[in-house]
Design a protein around this ligand. Structure first.
Ligand code: B12
Length: 208
């Protein structure tokens, strides 16, 4: 099974093989989202499981992330192919203290693919930096990612800051530990557990 080969190649940290497999699957007409979800994302879930059980450590997690990024490099142009006029402007970033960016990058790619213009502030982004970017760009939406239970409170603090300042942009939150209940509790306007859902939520918020 090709997706299983992709998973194995990510777990072997074999960037060249991941790139080759994805390219050949795309040439064969495979669905890009199935390569993404069934291959690359499934591989990172397995990496997380092995990290939790002590089978691998941070350096290996980093190698797996680099391998996944090589695969995403192939997928990005396919996902982002669109001639549609801009659907809205989104400022996106990973919150302060958090260096995980793969999920955020995927959300960003999917939004671009769906016709949104995206300003990506990167990782370890302070609340004030989100505020300044939204104000300077007059963004419609601000999307924040948090992958650690220790950085989830930054989502809450940022939402409170945006409300206090009357920022006006719709707020989307996400990341592996973030739940709909948490998103509701902190007063975010939108939540999704994955990048495909993030696009739907962004569209809904744009529609008012
Ligand atoms: C790769 C990885 C790393 C890499 C990150 C590299 C990079 N450039 O991103 C490195 C090695 C740097 C790393 C470091 C650490 N990590 Co880490 N890491 C992971 C791992 C294995 C995969 C994360 C990933 O990329 N997943 C794939 C993407 C596609 O999924 P995702 O991020 O969840 O994103 C999807 C959704 O959540 C959603 N989404 C994401 N963002 C957003 C935003 C919005 C707005 C929306 C709507 C949706 C959305 O859409 C995405 C696509 O579908 C996870 C395990 C896991 N399965 O999550 C651990 C994990 C997150 N890490 C963990 C830990 C503990 C750490 C460290 C503290 C380890 C250490 N001791 O140093 C450090 C912290 C560093 C820091 N300050 O951030 C723990 C967190 C535990 C916890 N409860 O907090 C995890 C869960 C591993 C584990 N099982 O214990 N890590």
């Amino acid at each position: 099974m090709p997706v299983e080969d992709i998973i194995k190649a990510v777990l072997d940290f074999n960037e060249a093989q991941v790139v080759d497999l994805i390219n050949s699957e795309l040439d064969r007409g495979a669905e890009v989202t199935s390569l993404l979800n069934g291959g690359l994302i499934a591989a990172m879930d397995e990496v997380g499981r092995r990290f939790s059980s002590g089978e691998l450590f941070v350096p290996e997690m980093l190698l797996a992330a680099q391998t996944m990024k090589a695969g995403l490099g192939v997928i990005k142009p396919v996902l982002s192919k669109t001639g549609a006029k801009p659907k809205g402007l989104v400022v996106i970033g990973t919150v302060q203290g958090d260096l995980h960016d793969i999920g955020k990058n995927l959300v960003s790619m999917m939004l671009e693919g769906a016709g949104f213009t995206v300003i990506d502030l990167g990782v370890d982004v302070a609340g004030e930096t989100f505020v300044k970017s939204v104000q300077d760009s007059k963004a419609d939406l601000v999307a924040m990612s948090a992958l650690l239970t220790t950085t989830m409170p930054a989502l809450e603090a940022n939402v409170a800051l945006f409300k206090k300042l009357g920022l006006g942009a719709g707020v989307l939150v996400g990341g592996a530990p973030v739940t709909r209940a948490f998103a509701d509790k902190i007063g975010a306007d939108g939540f999704s557990e994955d990048a495909v859902g993030a696009v739907e939520v962004a569209r809904r918020l744009m529609a008012g």
